[in-house]
Design a protein around this ligand. Structure first.
Ligand SMILES: Cc1cc2nc3c(=O)[nH]c(=O)nc-3n(C[C@H](O)[C@H](O)[C@H](O)COP(=O)(O)OP(=O)(O)OC[C@H]3O[C@@H](n4cnc5c(N)ncnc54)[C@H](O)[C@@H]3O)c2cc1C
Length: 351
């Protein structure tokens, strides 16, 4: 699959907001009808809730798959969508949608990527998964340079004093990875900072943490960050308040704030679409919203009898694809074909 980073306006027939399971299946259903899609997600990876909230938990109610984890389902959906070569714009949050005079939609992301799309499919789940942060003055200016909110982010230059804040699998796993990568001069300069002694990480990660602590490769400290110690534009320490009410300074030149993700509906509520209780109203024939050319599938939509299940989203994406094809090709009959029997579909699938 292609991952784009162009900043030029991108023209497309279909833009999908959300690369969760339903957004991924939407790519497939549109592809079968000859429509290729661009996909935007604020997360640095695809999979939505399946990857962000329960990658290793088994799901039991996907038709034909008696048991599969969130990660496995995501991989399978990616493989299924592959013949249609979707372009993914990850780590982009869609911030605005505006109607152009030619009826296309202009969609903008927080990283200044603009799309001109003929149809828009909102598969935004429970909202954009944004990392919880610390409310500290000056923190956002250091983002991407010395402060990181995703486990896989790394500073461009060697950091001597690395601090990971958090106590879940992500935080503990990141501290372990940093300590294991550390060699020579770097050894022993990784600190895991958590507000309490009990961690929310798996027993396996906690055991690894303990052995790295015993080997002097990780410091585990209790406390909360109350301020940033700056030297000009450069972060060099953290002000820490301990549970005992003491305060001290901790050297730090790279900080990972890994306090989990929180879904935020954010800008979607401002696009003037009819909503009920933070969900987009759709009909159950086309999954169209109140705005022509804008459709909504998966957890983000609502209609009588709605159930927030992956299976329901797959059905919605299928009917929405037919409605989008009809919208993009007015007057044309959209053929109904089986993947088992249609040479045209076989050609599109490359089988
Ligand atoms: C713990 C748990 C267990 C579950 N178990 C099951 C189960 O067993 N079976 C089942 O069927 N369902 C289960 N679910 C529910 C299932 O995960 C959801 O129904 C499903 O993920 C919905 O898919 P989606 O693609 O609609 O949305 P999501 O998976 O929420 O994906 C939406 C994506 O859109 C992105 N996004 C939102 N707004 C923006 C924006 N403005 N810009 C860019 N990106 C944006 C988000 O970052 C996210 O990645 C479970 C949920 C949880 C939390």
């Amino acid at each position: 699959m292609t991952v784009a980073d162009a900043s030029l306006p991108i023209e497309t027939d279909a833009l999908i907001i959300g690369a969760g399971p339903v957004g991924l299946f939407q790519v497939f259903e549109l592809g079968l009808l000859g429509i290729s899609a661009q996909v935007v997600d604020v997360l640095p990876h695809v999979g939505g809730q399946c990857m962000a909230l329960y990658p290793d938990k088994p799901i039991y109610d996907i038709p034909g798959l008696p048991r599969c984890t969130g990660r496995e389902l995501t991989q399978r959906l990616q493989t299924q969508a592959k013949p249609f070569s979707p372009t993914f714009h990850l780590s982009h949050q869609v911030t605005s949608v505006a109607r152009l005079s030619d009826q296309r939609l202009q969609v903008q992301t927080n990283h200044s990527q603009t799309f001109m799309t003929r149809s828009l499919i909102i598969a935004a789940g429970v909202g954009a998964f944004l990392p919880r942060s610390l409310s500290l003055q000056g923190l956002s200016e250091l983002e991407g340079r010395q402060v990181f909110h995703h486990a896989d982010q790394r500073p461009a230059t060697v950091a001597q004093h690395r601090v990971v804040v958090g106590g879940d699998d992500d935080a503990v796993g990141t501290a372990i990875q940093l300590a294991q990568q550390a060699t020579g001069l770097d050894a022993g300069r990784v600190t895991l900072l958590h507000r309490r002694l009990a961690l929310d990480a798996s027993p396996d990660l906690q055991a690894q943490l303990q052995s790295l602590q015993a080997a002097g490769k990780i410091d585990f400290k209790l406390g909360q960050v109350t301020g940033l110690g700056m030297h000009g534009q450069h972060l060099q320490s953290l002000d820490i308040a301990t549970p005992e009410g003491l305060s001290h300074s901790l050297p730090c030149d790279a900080l990972w704030v890994l306090l989990g993700l929180s879904p935020q509906l954010g800008p979607i509520a401002q696009w003037g679409l009819a909503m009920s209780r933070k969900q987009l109203n759709v009909d159950t024939e086309r999954f169209a919203t109140s705005e022509p050319g804008i459709f909504a599938v998966g957890d983000i939509n609502t209609y009588p009898g709605k159930r927030k299940l992956i299976l329901s989203g797959f059905h919605e994406a299928t009917l929405a694809a037919y409605a989008i094809a009809a919208y993009l090709r007015p007057g044309e009959k959209i053929p109904f074909e089986y993947t088992t029997a249609s040479p045209r579909l076989h050609q599109r699938l490359g089988v």
